[in-house]
Design a protein around this ligand. Structure first.
Ligand code: SR1
Ligand code: MG
Length: 444
């Protein structure tokens, strides 16, 4: 696939039109489509009658199948013309899959080993056929099961550092970022979802919000909290206008597949040119969510303390490795970029000053990331798209308690950012919020 190939041009609407009209594929229809692809046929082996297609859709939006044949397997993902979990009640432009394919192709040179190989993209059916990841599991499910993934913090740090530097003006002529902006700024349907579900609904009365009864006082407190809404407004504006680098846009623990030895980032359909701190904050937010949920999730009591300690370590390691790799990659790449030009910073004094300016850029990412972290935690507790980390806690009161504590922590990040000058301080502060409860007025 070529980045500039017409298949990536955002033509719309595709559903219903085109030479091979879009249709939602069932397992049999999918096998028929795959049978016409020589490369995929060879990967699966045997004849289409020998193949087994299983619906394994797990996320909120799309159809996902695993197809196995005598020689191997593939994964197929089709964008649906609606939100999968809301079906008829929430139509959604299926062209999102174009942006996912374009994103995968754009970041592949930098993050290759950390993402699945894309075997085929069908721009009419809005179908991506990719590497079947096996025995990988979704990180969120692995964490809930109490497993430990020693590589994930470093691998996601590498992924985000590579993408943050190499798709920014630090590393490239501004024309390249302008091309990304021109393409991904058309990913409007999904940006409407992010803008509303992350930055708007949790602080307003919305039919989409899902607030459990014991959390009503917290939800009401958020709706009237002008300090929180001001901080979130700044984040929303940054998200919409601070076009620093190409973002994955949905880098939570459901968008990462893992084994203890390997990490793969999936699901780049929310790709957007925005503030680099957004992906950083999103990954951290879901480690924080896992930390607050851990003591009340099903599982042995003696696993809670080590599980939480591992998550704290992942938070600290992720930021430490991200920072180091960001500085290293930027130091090497900046001579190629328009941001800190060689003609200004090429000599010894200039090189030292350039290093300071890159460090200041990184510090700005940290500030943004902590804000986005907070907004992501809040949206997972009182918004539409809730997460299994909390939902597996069967007792509603116990679940609400864990959720309320995460809200207290997130609120503190938003209104007292000066207390969190580095990510290690943020991780160290977590236990204090275990003293919070269901009353939003009684926070430690
Ligand atoms: C309509 S639900 C959308 C959410 O699911 C995805 O995983 C994203 O997190 C998004 O906000
Ligand atoms: Mg997803």
């Amino acid at each position: 696939m070529n980045r500039h190939s017409p298949s990536f041009a955002p033509q719309r609407p595709v559903p219903g039109g085109g030479p091979r009209p879009y249709r939602v594929l069932d397992a049999a229809g999918l096998v028929e489509v795959l049978a016409a692809l020589p490369d995929v046929r060879a990967r699966l082996g045997g004849k289409p009658e020998d193949w087994r297609a299983r619906d394994v859709a797990d996320g909120n939006l799309n159809a996902v199948y695993l197809i196995d044949g005598p020689a191997g397997g593939v994964c197929a993902k089709q964008g649906l013309p609606y939100v999968r979990v809301a079906k008829d009640t929430w139509p959604l432009d299926a062209n999102r899959t174009r942006f996912e394919a374009a994103y995968a192709q754009r970041v592949a040179p930098f993050v290759d080993r950390l993402a699945p190989a894309i075997h085929h993209f069908d721009p009419d059916l809005l179908l991506i056929v990719m590497e079947k990841l096996e025995p990988h599991v979704i990180l969120r499910k692995g964490l809930i099961a109490g497993r430990r993934y020693p590589r994930v913090a470093a691998d996601v740090a590498e992924y985000v550092a590579q993408a943050s530097v190499n798709t920014s003006d630090l590393a490239q002529p501004f024309e390249t970022r302008a091309a990304d902006l021109a393409l991904f700024s058309q990913n409007l349907a999904l940006q409407r979802i992010s803008t509303d579900l992350i930055f708007l609904d949790p602080y307003a009365a919305s039919d989409r919000n899902r607030v459990s009864p014991p959390l009503e006082p917290w939800a009401a407190a958020l709706r009237r909290d002008v300090e929180v809404k001001s901080a979130v407004a700044q984040l929303r504006l940054a998200y919409l206008t601070k076009a620093q680098s190409l973002l994955h846009g949905d880098l939570h623990s459901g968008s990462i597949m893992v084994t203890p030895e390997e990490t793969k980032v999936i699901d780049g359909e929310f790709a957007w040119v925005g503030p680099s701190g957004f992906d950083v904050g999103n990954f951290l937010a879901h480690l924080v969510v896992a930390w607050f949920a851990k003591p009340r999730q099903p599982g042995p009591a003696e696993a809670v303390a080590p599980g939480r300690a591992a998550l704290e370590q992942d938070i600290v390691d992720f930021w430490r490795i991200f920072s180091r790799r960001f500085l290293e990659i930027a130091a090497e790449a900046t001579p190629k970029g328009d941001g800190l030009p060689e003609s200004h910073f090429g000599d010894a004094i200039g090189a030292a000053r350039r290093a300071e300016l890159i460090a200041a850029y990184l510090d700005d990412i940290r500030r943004d990331a902590i804000g986005f972290l907070a907004a992501k935690v809040i949206r997972r507790v009182v918004g539409f798209a809730q997460v299994a980390d909390f939902l597996v806690i069967g007792d509603v009161e116990q679940r609400a308690l864990a959720q309320a504590r995460s809200l207290a922590f997130a609120r503190s990040l938003l209104v007292e950012p000066e207390r969190y000058r580095d990510v290690a301080a943020l991780a160290a502060a977590l236990p204090k919020f275990d003293r919070a409860g269901l009353d939003p007025e009684a926070v430690p």
